[in-house]
Design a protein. Structure first.
Ligand code: SAH
Length: 342
């Protein structure tokens, strides 16, 4: 059976035409799916016969909620969803002034092995399907009752390692008859898969590209991010510069502040030199402690000092607000706990 939630309206229309059905029904079906129906029987403006015929040919993906945690501090919600094959992924809903943002996972696990990250412990299990990523948004919106306006691909997984499915998901979620999220309100974060960045550049999308940088020179970056041994800063930075130049979109560099590791004055100066003259922005992340990793957060004084050095060098910098710190809301932690409990 074909996964109908992975299909665009025109593809549903083509399938309907083959069934001898009028094409306009496609829009109705697509709208029902975007409202989160779980069976064709809920599509009450379709005839009974058509509903039966559809359910013979197509499946409708769904998620089961395994766990929901709500932060008492800021209302951030973290969901653990069970996929149809029994695997689980996390989605986080954050309430910002500029709108509700959902942080979605793109893979079950991750193969990138970053030293400080909980998502990669246990490696990559599989890619998420486009419909599963769409369901993360859909189910989070419906369950939380918060209209979602922004999406960040910053949950479990490396989105550029699941390129085609992520591209299809983006098409689906920005579709005007569906969730209709603006591409400008979507951020995609990568650990630095250079060929993937060029492939993304070719698509000329208006999304925001985030790069998980975390270190300003190769020796240190290779130590904490194995991907740097494959694509060093010599390759990554030109790709970023090209991306910013061609798309005129500001790149966001994520930099987790790891106490005593990457937060020295020297690191700040090297970071400023690396980014000099680029259309970009540095987002400092107060690191979330992961029990399995030896890294500790930088002190607030260190973070202040790091910021002041960057600012003196005219680098645009902000500190990410720490949301949901009472609910393990950094990626991969909830799934990891579930695996350990089993
Ligand atoms: N694989 C992609 C998408 C994950 S985004 C990427 O690497 O960008 C998740 C972000 O959180 C990344 O910037 C990641 O490096 C960061 N991160 C992972 N573990 C963290 C931790 N313990 N504390 C703070 N940030 C962390």
């Amino acid at each position: 059976m074909r996964d109908i939630k992975a299909m665009l309206p025109e593809e549903i229309a083509a399938a309907l035409a083959e069934m001898g059905q009028p094409k306009y029904r496609a829009k109705q079906i697509f709208q029902w799916l975007a409202r989160g129906v779980t069976s064709f029987d809920e599509m009450t403006n379709l005839s009974k016969d058509l509903r039966a015929a559809l359910s013979e040919r197509f499946s409708i993906s769904r998620l089961e909620m395994l766990r929901k945690q709500v932060s008492a501090i800021d209302g951030t919600i973290k969901y653990l969803w069970q996929l149809s094959d029994g695997n689980a992924v996390e989605t986080v809903v954050m309430h910002y002034k500029h709108g509700n943002t959902v942080c979605i996972s793109s893979q079950v696990g991750c193969r990138q092995g970053c030293a400080f990250c909980a998502s990669t412990i246990g490696g990559l299990i599989r890619n998420l399907e486009p419909s599963e990523m769409l369901d993360e948004v859909l189910y989070s919106e419906r369950e939380s009752g918060s209209k979602i306006s922004n999406i960040v691909l910053m949950g479990i997984g490396e989105p550029l390692d699941n390129f085609d499915n992520v591209m299809r998901f983006l098409e689906l979620v920005t579709c005007e008859n569906g969730l209709n999220i603006s591409m400008r309100n979507i951020s995609l974060s990568t650990c630095g898969i250079v060929p993937g960045i060029y492939k993304l550049l070719d698509k000329r999308l208006q999304l925001t590209l985030s790069i998980s940088l975390h270190a300003p020179y190769d020796e240190l970056r290779s130590k904490i991010m194995p991907i740097n041994r494959r694509y060093s800063l010599d390759e990554l930075m030109p790709a970023c510069r090209e991306y910013a130049k061609v798309t005129s979109r500001r790149i966001s560099f994520e930099y987790a502040m790891l106490g005593g590791v990457n937060d020295s004055d020297e690191c700040a100066l090297k970071l400023a030199a690396l980014l000099k003259g680029m259309l970009c922005h540095v987002n400092l992340i107060p690191v979330n402690e992961v029990a399995e990793s030896p890294y500790k957060p930088s002190t607030p004084e260190r973070i202040e000092r790091f910021i002041s050095i960057l600012e003196k060098k005219s680098i645009n910098v902000t500190v990410r607000r720490k949301l949901g710190s009472d609910i393990d809301a950094s990626c991969g932690q909830l799934r990891l706990r579930k695996i350990k409990e089993q």
